[in-house]
Design a protein around this ligand. Structure first.
Ligand SMILES: *Cc1c(COP(=O)(O)O)cnc(C)c1O
Length: 397
C-alpha cells in the first residue's frame, strides 16, 4: 500500500524544482514560478489516469470528502448512507457538512452491501457514499443502480483504492464525484493531500471555489477575484503536489508489484480450504494493497490472527478489535464526543450511535483478517512469509 517505499530521485527533484522558484502557493506568481505548476500538472495527469473530466487537488482525503459532499449540495439534516467499515474520516466528512451518517451493512466484499441499502433509505436520504476498502472495489454498478432508482447522489470514497477498476472503469469515476487520499500511508503519497474527481462542470466549479474560500478563480489577479460561495481553505501546496506528481508516475509500477506479491500470498492461502478470500467484483482490477480473507468463525479468526503475530507475520490486521476502521470501537463517534456543540446535536432526527445493529457486518468483521502487501518484499522474504503462514494454519487447526 505505501508509495513511500518507492521514494527516490524523482520526488527529490520535483520538490527541488519548486524550492528553486520559491513559489509554494498553487495559484498566481506567474513570473516568479517560471512555468512550474505542480498542482495543475498533477490535476491534469490524474484526471487522465482515472478517466475523469476534472480533478481538483485538495489538502487531504478528508477535505476531498467534505468538498465533494458540499459541492454536491449535501448539507444540514441530510442523511448519507455509509459503511461501518471505513476510516473515521468518512464519518467526520459527513458530519462536517451538517449531514447525518447512516450506517448500512457490508457484505463479503468488505464494502457496502447493495442489497441492504434499501432498508436504510428514508425521505431524508440524500446520498450514498460507498468506500472501496483495502484496495478493492465495492459492487459499484449495483450500488449505482440503487442510487439511480431512488434519485440519490453517489459519491465514492476511493481513498484506499487509487488505480483499482472494474472492467477498466476506475474507482472514483462511477458517481457524481470520487475522492482520493495521498496521505503518508496511501498507495501514492504526497505527505498530505487528496483529490476530488468529477465529470460534472458544475460540481467541479463549486468544489474548486469551496476548497479555496469561495474564490471564483476567474482572471489572473487574485485580489480582484469574486467569491462564488462560502468556502474553506482545503488547498494543497506546490511542495506536496510536487511529491505527488512524482509518485503518480510510479502508480502503475506500484500496482504491478502489489499484484505480483498478492498472487504469491493468495496461492499459499489457497492451500487451506477453510480460508475464503474476500469477494472482489473484478479480481483483475484489484489494486492489491491488502489481501483480506475470512475464517469460518470468530474463534478461528482470533486464533489465526494471534498465531500469525506470534510467528512473526507482520502487518496483519484483525479489524474487529482495531480502533481505526470499524464502528464497533469508535467510542468517540458512538458517543458523539465533539469539541463543540454541532448543529446536528439539536436535530430530532439525529441518530444515537451508542447502539448499532449491523449483525451481518459484525459477523463478517469478526471473521476477517487483512494482510498488508508491501512493495519492498524480496522474493526470499515472500517465501519465508508464506512458510510462516503455512506453519500458523497447520499449528492452529
Ligand atoms: C485515508 C482515508 C481517508 C482520509 O484521507 P486523509 O488524506 O488521511 O485525510 C478517507 N477515507 C478512507 C477510506 C481512508 O482510508
Amino acid at each position: 500500500m505505501p508509495g513511500f517505499e518507492l521514494f527516490g530521485e524523482e520526488e527529490r527533484n520535483s520538490v527541488n524544482e519548486v524550492l528553486e522558484t520559491g513559489v509554494l502557493f498553487r495559484y498566481g506568481f506567474d513570473t516568479a514560478r517560471r512555468g512550474i505548476w505542480k498542482a495543475k500538472e498533477f490535476e491534469s495527469e490524474f484526471a487522465l489516469k482515472v478517466g475523469a473530466k476534472h480533478c481538483l487537488l485538495v489538502s487531504s482525503g478528508t477535505s476531498a470528502l467534505s468538498t465533494a459532499l458540499a459541492a454536491c449540495g449535501v448539507g444540514y439534516g441530510d442523511e448519507v448512507i455509509i459503511p461501518p467499515f471505513t476510516f473515521v474520516a468518512t464519518v467526520e466528512a459527513v458530519l462536517s457538512t451538517g449531514a447525518i451518517p447512516v450506517f448500512s451493512e457490508i457484505n463479503e466484499t468488505l464494502c457496502l452491501d447493495p442489497d441492504k441499502i434499501n432498508e436504510k433509505i428514508t425521505e431524508k436520504t440524500k446520498a450514498i457514499l460507498p468506500v472501496h476498502m483495502c484496495g478493492a472495489m465495492a459492487q459499484i454498478s449495483e450500488i449505482k443502480r440503487v442510487a439511480d432508482e431512488h434519485n440519490l447522489i453517489l459519491i465514492e470514497d476511493a481513498c484506499q483504492a487509487v488505480g483499482a477498476h472494474i472492467d477498466g472503469k476506475f474507482a472514483g469515476t462511477w458517481g457524481k464525484a470520487g475522492c482520493f487520499s495521498f496521505d503518508s500511508v496511501k498507495t501514492i503519497t504526497c505527505g498530505e493531500g487528496g483529490a476530488v474527481v468529477t465529470d460534472s462542470d458544475e460540481i467541479y466549479v463549486k468544489a474548486d471555489a469551496f476548497h479555496d474560500h469561495g474564490h471564483d478563480h476567474i482572471g489572473n489577479d487574485r485580489g480582484k477575484e469574486d467569491h462564488m460561495l462560502l468556502g474553506m481553505n482545503y488547498r494543497i501546496s506546490e511542495l506536496n503536489a510536487a511529491v505527488g506528481l512524482a509518485q503518480l508516475a510510479k502508480l502503475d509500477e506500484i500496482i504491478d508489484i502489489q499484484r505480483k506479491n498478492f498472487a504469491e500470498i493468495a496461492n499459499t492461502l489457497g492451500e487451506f480450504p477453510f480460508v475464503k478470500l474476500r469477494d472482489i467484483p473484478n479480481r483483475e482490477g484489484d489494486s492489491c494493497t491488502f489481501i483480506s480473507f475470512m475464517l469460518p468463525d470468530e474463534d478461528t479468526a482470533r486464533r489465526i490472527a494471534s498465531g500469525l503475530s506470534e510467528n512473526g507475520v507482520d502487518s496483519c490486521f484483525y479489524w474487529y478489535d482495531n480502533n481505526w476502521h470499524y464502528l464497533r470501537n469508535w467510542h468517540h463517534i458512538r458517543s458523539l464526543k465533539t469539541a463543540m456543540l454541532t448543529a446536528q446535536h439539536k436535530l430530532p432526527s439525529m441518530k444515537d450511535y451508542s447502539e448499532y445493529s449491523l449483525p451481518q457486518s459484525d459477523s463478517i468483521m469478526s471473521r476477517t483478517i487483512s494482510m498488508q502487501i508491501k512493495l519492498s518484499w524480496t522474493s526470499e522474504e515472500i517465501a519465508i512469509r508464506c512458510e510462516k503462514i503455512r506453519k500458523t494454519m497447520k499449528e492452529l487447526l
